[in-house]
Design a protein around this ligand. Structure first.
Ligand code: MIC
Ligand code: SF4
Length: 645
């Protein structure tokens, strides 16, 4: 029986476990990436492990999220990360060099290799045939130290692409179509592998848009084969030598097959407030807009910018609309300048932003009250834009650009003929904003620069034998990490200070939560299905840890967040009967008797008692050998320290 591409790469990197679907495996990690918003914590954790030099083939630290610097905090974090990188053998992509995923694809990604990154959009690397997975910062720290990365051996979904995109229909519409069909939960436990004749019609940046936003499916990752088109892209980056062909066997067997005829797709938009709330432009109708933002790791490639410039040429942004454009990397911005694209955009009235995440993570450009904003980004969760009642639609750059001109949500096919957009044969390569690490001899003398806002990892303790604690918060289905630990210009600077950032935990849902949880000392959160979807931020586990959360009981978890809870030593429990969710109210006291013993002896299903109502509630707590030991130790940091001894 033939193998899928995913299986080939996973099996060639297998260091622990058996390749059996649903079982935990450990894989060797070739490359890691971090960004600054999760990186400070990841490097504090790496330091705490006491490993002098990274043991990966390539580790890169990017500064792209917190670049607003409206206070000393972000700049201090940048300096800290830069100094850690220099000392410990990590390449450092300086602020201004671009968004981690865009730069990594351009300058570091290698087909057939494994990459984990402390950012949920790390699967962008799947666009060149890597197994690239988003993970918590602590998992990345462990991988930098040479440790394996653990995932559930995934089911594999084949997305069979046929046909060719019609003019002005974009790669973004492909992933929006997949989201429409599979939903934000549809990818959990799965890798999405793109195959079929249609693959050959898509360039690397288009493939990367699709794998990037595959994160919104809840998938472990997404991957395209590495073929002649990948080769050309890498050659144009001056990196042809790292290319290899990567593809599935012809007789590979998949768990599910999704058929997409590219020729049949139409321009789509994800409506507020979920990436899977997808409608066609025709269905949405004539929608007056206030803002357009072009950029983010999903759609900020040179190809995207070429299309946008073509549409804006000789036009003026509509008087009622604000248009911002953030090119994905220094390379993209530089080439836009050389090719004259930048002056077209400036002339049309676009507000050019630095190459960084910017508005995508609420770092500026929040829309007006109840403002309607079209964004080429990947997430439109409630409040993420920084305006609580902002109405965010996720669209392609083509649709965004034409709508900025008309002032209404506009079908880009109205533009008329589409020229062929061809990527340059050679990109401008100048890696002068990537600082190299110190040599091993010099490393000892590199001083780590710590700012006053950088506080250590919160205290953990081994799992108690029994836990009796009240429910401090009950929330609904599809809670995102943006609910649990909001981002934005005010809160992001606190990413390296858990006590301070905890004061914002869950405030989107309930402003009184942080104070209440702290007063209770220890407590439990109850939630619905797909709890913790979205970002990889481990702060969504570390802030609850600091606030005394001992367990989270939900209908189901999103993958990265569940792993982050275990890493933080917080018990992840799921209801055996989802209907029991209704039997618990906020304030009820739950008793988890002999929990340590149960986990130690490998019990995966047991009853907990709602002391307030007297009801017995069966719950699942599935822990494999390694996760069990992590839980008992009080989290991954303690576990790793014990195992490094
Ligand atoms: C995001 O898009 O939500 C982020 C900000 O990039 C996060 C990481 C973070 O919270 O720092 C992600 O996707 O993992
Ligand atoms: Fe940055 Fe937005 Fe991409 Fe996250 S999704 S890495 S915030 S650009």
């Amino acid at each position: 029986m033939g193998l899928t591409l995913t299986e080939k790469i996973l099996q060639s990197h297998l260091v622990d476990g058996e390749p059996v679907k649903g079982q935990e495996i450990g894989i060797r990690i070739d490359q890691t990436l971090t960004q600054d918003a999760t990186g400070t914590m990841a490097y504090l954790e790496f330091e705490a492990m006491g490993v002098p030099r990274v043991r990966t083939e390539r580790s890169v630290a990017y500064i792209d999220h917190n670049t607003l610097q409206n206070g000393f905090e972000n700049a201090d974090d940048h300096r800290f990360i830069g100094s850690v990188a220099k000392k410990h053998g990590i390449y450092f992509s300086r602020p201004g060099n671009g968004i981690c995923h865009q730069v990594h694809l351009e300058r570091f990604g290698i087909p057939g290799k494994t990459l984990i990154g402390s950012d949920s959009h790390t699967p962008t690397g799947g666009g060149i045939g890597m197994i690239a997975i988003g993970a918590g910062g602590l998992d990345v720290a462990v991988a930098m130290g040479g440790g394996a990365y653990y995932i559930t051996y995934p089911k594999i979904v084949k997305v069979n692409l046929t046909g060719k995109l019609s003019p002005w229909v974009a790669a973004k519409d492909v992933i929006l179509e997949v989201l429409k069909r599979l939903s934000v939960k549809g990818g959990v436990g799965k890798v999405i592998e793109y195959c079929g004749e249609g693959v050959k019609t898509l360039s690397v940046p288009e493939r990367a848009t699709i794998t990037n936003m595959g994160a919104e499916l809840g998938a472990t990752t997404s991957i395209f084969p590495s073929d002649e088109i990948t080769k050309q892209f890498l050659e144009a980056q001056g990196r042809g030598e790292v290319w290899s062909e990567q593809k599935a066997d012809d007789d590979a067997v998949y768990d599910e097959i999704v058929e997409i005829n590219l020729s049949e797709l139409v321009p789509l938009a994800a409506c507020p407030h979920s990436p899977d709330n997808v409608k066609s432009v025709a269905e949405i109708g004539k929608l007056k807009i206030d803002q357009v933002c072009i950029g983010s790791c999903t759609n900020s490639s040179l190809l995207d910018m070429m299309k946008v410039a073509h549409i804006l040429k000789g036009k003026t942004v509509h008087p009622d609309v604000s248009l911002s454009i953030a090119p994905g990397s220094k390379q993209v911005l530089n080439m836009m300048a050389d090719m004259g694209l930048l002056s077209i955009m400036i002339d049309a009235g676009a507000r050019i932003l630095e190459s960084a995440c910017g508005p995508c993570i609420g770092m500026g450009q929040s829309p007006n009250s109840a403002g309607i904003s079209l964004r080429t980004f990947n997430r439109n969760f409630l409040g993420r834009s920084g305006t609580k009642d902002g109405q965010i639609y996720l669209v392609s750059p083509e649709l965004a650009a034409i709508s900025a001109v008309t002032g209404y949500l506009t079908d880009p096919r109205e533009i008329g003929d589409m020229p062929e957009f061809v990527l340059p044969e050679k990109f401008t390569v100048h890696d002068n904003m990537i600082a190299l690490p110190a040599s091993e001899e010099e490393a000892d003398s590199v001083e780590i620069l710590r700012g006053p806002n950088i506080k250590p990892y919160p205290e953990t303790a081994p799992l108690e034998n029994s836990i009796t604690a009240p429910v401090s918060l009950k929330v609904e289905d599809n809670i995102t990490t943006d609910h649990i630990m909001p981002a934005g210009a005010k809160i992001l600077p606190l990413r390296s200070n858990i006590p301070a950032i905890s004061q914002h935990c869950f405030t989107v849902c309930d402003e009184t939560f942080p104070t209440r949880a702290k007063e209770l000392g220890k407590s439990i959160i109850v939630g619905g299905s797909n709890y913790g979807q979205g970002s990889s931020r481990e702060h969504a586990a570390l802030a609850p840890l600091y606030l005394g959360i001992k367990a989270v009981l939900v209908k189901s978890f999103a993958r990265i967040h569940r792993a982050n809870l275990v890493n933080a030593g917080i018990l992840p429990l799921t209801f055996v009967n989802e209907s029991d969710y209704d039997s618990i109210s906020q304030g009820d006291v739950l008793e988890l008797a002999d929990i340590r013993e149960k986990i130690q002896t490998g019990q995966t299903q047991f009853d907990i008692i709602n002391q307030t109502t007297g009801k017995k509630i069966p719950v699942l707590c599935e822990m494999t050998g390694r996760t069990k030991d992590i839980m008992l130790a009080g989290g991954l940091l303690d576990y790793t320290r014990e195992n490094l001894k």
